[in-house]
Design a protein around this ligand. Sequence first.
Ligand SMILES: *[C@@H]1O[C@H](CO)[C@@H](O)[C@H](O)[C@H]1NC(C)=O
Ligand SMILES: *[C@@H]1O[C@H](CO)[C@@H](O)[C@H](O)[C@H]1NC(C)=O
Ligand SMILES: *[C@@H]1O[C@H](CO)[C@@H](O)[C@H](O)[C@H]1NC(C)=O
Length: 449
Amino acid sequence: HSLPVYNATWASLDTRPIPTWYDDAKLGIFIHWGVFSVPSFGHSPAWGWYYWKISKSPAWQDYMAKNFKPKFSYADFAKDFSTEFFNPDDWADLFAGGINIHTLLSSSHHEGYCNYPTNVSSWNWNSRDVGPHRDLVGELAHSIKNRTSMHFGLYHSLYEWFNPLYLEDKENKFQTNRFVAEKTLPELYELVKAYEPELIWSDGQWEAPSWYWNSTVFLQWLYNESPVKSTVVTNDRWGSDTLCKHGGFLTCNDRYNPKTHVPDKKWENAMTLNKGSWSWRRDTDISQFLTTMEMLSTFIETISCGGNMLMNVGPTKEGTISPIFGVSYFGAWLSINGEAVYGSKPFRIVVDPMNANVRYTTQTSSSSVLPDGLTIYAFVMDWPADGILLLNAPMNATSTATITMLGMENVPIQFTSLQPTGIAIEMPLVPISKLPHHLIWVLRLVGFQ
Ligand SMILES: *[C@@H]1O[C@H](CO)[C@@H](O)[C@H](O)[C@H]1NC(C)=O
Ligand SMILES: *[C@@H]1O[C@H](CO)[C@@H](O)[C@H](O)[C@H]1NC(C)=O
Ligand SMILES: *[C@@H]1O[C@H](CO)[C@@H](O)[C@H](O)[C@H]1NC(C)=O
């Protein structure tokens, strides 16, 4: 069969359905790794070069003055991007064990350094020529594709703070586009051809409109002709006119989380497990990290409103991922509750009107005896003190209605109907050590509407 053909306009590109694997996935890993992982200190280290040379933050002026000789340049950090402990198989296994469905690595961030052997630029600002002397993107892509069933994606920044070609175009008020013609676009085509990413998470779009970036021309090629045309997914960061509007799924702002409604278009909550930083900080402590409860409740807020969560981790310059990120905990929780997560759809009500601690998802099951075949999942964030959970959203129990807790199917759960609508559920009386896990229990409601 032949795929629809898109032209290079947002009106046409926006009609492309997002490949279904992405909506089904719900959870992905985001990895911010680059030369910024070397200095790796202070507020948002991925912006370190900018803080040092553009915004001239006192913290950076002070750090550089105290620790480095006056002639030290930002590029001098690159030789210490050592990656000696980077084992791509271990990363792939860690993320797959957290039951993530896709993994996204930064190919190049706003500092412009490429984590792969680019052939677009003859300058040595890439991981083959300085630092790791390895193809970090290629190695991780290979491990993920070979060892796991995860989808592999790439983050890519359109702009670069200090590239002379970009500065020249900017000086010309973006009426010239040498940077796009000679750097950005060739890099995007090169990445797609070399690594066949199934997700392209574009960024760094905000200073210039999409006609300057020629994004629609690239996306037209990506959707019509590229080797990943039928499975690739993209986001909405393709020009100063596109955020929250055009492209693939919506990211709107970082940590976007509408919480109480389902947006019209597929969306994503790109968030960090370290509250303030996308990349690793050496000067970190445990208070900067989301607790397991915060991680899980953000995830459930997100999926109950039809979103995907993209959880960010920042590896060290040596190539390790600190256990403090808690990625593995997700695996333990999802191995019990995945049925309520993967492939789910929002329920007609996001948060229970009578109980703000309960959120919903649904699955359509062909084996259900009900006409609409809907299984409802209630995520219980807080165990009721008196053991009775009052819900208003699932109404009208049928005579065959049942309620079970995921991971504890052998314990029947009693309930009674409330008037005029709603149900009162008796939470099972079991010792805490016999519960499937200790945070956020999921009830499976069959036979309710
Ligand atoms: C750059 O060219 C070399 C030599 O042809 C090739 O091995 C490498 O894969 C190319 N890099 C990319 C990203 O295509
Ligand atoms: C995948 O990995 C296995 C061992 O881990 C290796 O034997 C095999 O050649 C790899 N396959 C590909 C396509 O690289
Ligand atoms: C943008 O795309 C148009 C149409 O294909 C092309 O004529 C133009 O040269 C492209 N500009 C850049 C910077 O690639």
